[in-house]
Design a protein around this ligand. Structure first.
Ligand code: HEC
Ligand code: HEC
Length: 154
């Protein structure tokens, strides 16, 4: 069932405005799925996923971490690197911005499709004007859609 939902979402291929600033190609919903896959497959080879999952950092800091990991021996294609970066940046935004009024468990325990997450996150954003940019709303919604029921953020 969950697979079907994801496939339907891929069809939507929402483009993430956040990416325009960073690269020529827009980030799509599929990038978030691939980013999560590449993250879970590669970032567990030398240490637990707990290490990156509990780290909260901005884009520049994550970029630096990924370079550090590549120098240590982590192997990602250029595309995968970018997908993992977007995934980790979105994850961090989620941790910072969604823990202000309630615990992260509240959204983490829910599964929704992308379009529904966008609506929920916009509703949250309206509760505190200026708290979330449009880019953050889209990225956090992308992260929440692909997170999976097992995601623990420590
Ligand atoms: C080839 C081995 C290897 C792989 C693969 C690897 N790491 Fe690491 N990672 C390390 C080592 C060694 C350290 C400890 C060195 C340190 O603390 O600077 C570390 C530490 C970290 C830390 C804590 C230090 C920091 O800079 O914040 C994070 C976060 C991290 N890794 C993220 C990742 C991510 C994300 C990936 C997947 C892209 C990854 N790692 C893949 C070897 C690896
Ligand atoms: C300014 C305070 C505030 C912030 C910031 C906030 N929330 Fe909420 N959230 C609430 C309140 C209050 C409720 C309960 C009332 C409601 O549902 O509107 C709630 C309820 C929820 C629910 C349960 C209701 C539902 O529709 O599923 C989810 C999920 C949720 N928040 C997710 C998030 C996410 C994701 C973020 C970060 C983007 C976030 N919240 C940020 C105040 C906030």
């Amino acid at each position: 069932m969950r697979k079907t939902v994801i496939l339907v979402c891929i069809g939507i291929m929402v483009s993430f405005a956040a990416a325009y600033a960073q690269s020529d190609e827009p980030v799509t919903y599929q990038d978030f799925i691939k980013g999560k896959e590449a993250f879970e497959e590669n970032c567990i080879k030398c240490h637990s996923l707990e290490r990156p999952l509990k780290k909260i950092a901005n884009r520049e800091e994550w970029d630096l971490t990924l370079t550090k990991m590549a120098n240590t021996g982590a192997v990602l294609s250029k595309k995968q690197r970018r997908q993992v970066l977007e995934y980790l940046v979105a994850k961090s935004s989620f941790q910072v911005k969604c823990s202000v009024c309630h615990s992260l468990e509240r959204p983490l325990e829910k599964n929704k499709e992308f379009q529904d997450w966008i609506q929920t996150v916009r509703r949250m954003a309206e509760k505190r004007p200026g708290h979330l940019t449009d880019d953050e709303i889209e990225a956090i919604s992308g992260f929440l859609t692909v997170k999976g029921a097992e995601t623990k953020l420590y």
